[in-house]
Design a protein around this ligand. Structure first.
Ligand SMILES: [Zn+2]
Ligand SMILES: [Zn+2]
Length: 169
């Protein structure tokens, strides 16, 4: 879905859109596993276009400890600001604007909503996810998933002092 900057008015306009998992590529960061649902508004404020609202989607990510896929629902409230022009053209203006660095520059006056959704998902991916609170992770020695098997590598790691005692028995 495409939004033309010039068509956005001072009166907010509803945007309801849905993106299927195959439409949004999150690189290797994660996978979209449900439709991404966008319930937003486009509005023009002091010459800048705001697209904001709520984005909901289920994402599959690797568990930080054991790398098993974990399904995470995301609910993102956002407000993205768009200004027409190429980035280099606007460098001078940017310095004057100072803090307003959260603005995106749009060449050709067209916003691809899919890109907006993709960016918001990537920005809001959790840094760490766990398949369960007490995930035991992968064994650093043999790489086994310790949630699934007890590889017993830990058993070998007996303190040498205890090992000496053990051999006495
Ligand atoms: Zn895990
Ligand atoms: Zn092991």
């Amino acid at each position: 879905m495409i939004i033309e900057l010039a068509s956005v008015e001072i009166l907010p306009k509803k945007i309801n859109a849905k993106f299927a998992p195959g439409e949004i590529d999150l690189d290797s960061e994660g996978n979209l596993v449900s439709d991404a649902i966008l319930d937003a508004e486009a509005v023009s404020k002091s010459g800048k276009v705001h697209i904001g609202g709520r984005l909901t989607a289920d994402i599959a990510l690797d568990c930080t400890r054991c790398l098993e896929a974990v399904r995470k629902p995301l609910e993102i409230d956002f407000d993205s600001v768009f200004v027409e022009g190429a980035e280099d053209e606007l460098e001078d203006k940017l310095e004057i604007a100072g803090e307003d660095l959260a603005e995106s520059f749009v060449a050709g006056g067209i916003i691809d909503l899919k890109e907006v959704v993709r960016e918001q998902l990537l920005l809001n991916l959790p840094e760490q996810v766990y398949c369960r609170d007490d995930c035991r992770g992968l064994c650093p020695k043999c790489g086994a998933n310790r949630n699934l098997i007890d590889c017993r590598c830990d058993d070998d790691e007996v303190d040498p002092r205890w090992a000496a005692l053990k051999s006495l028995r």
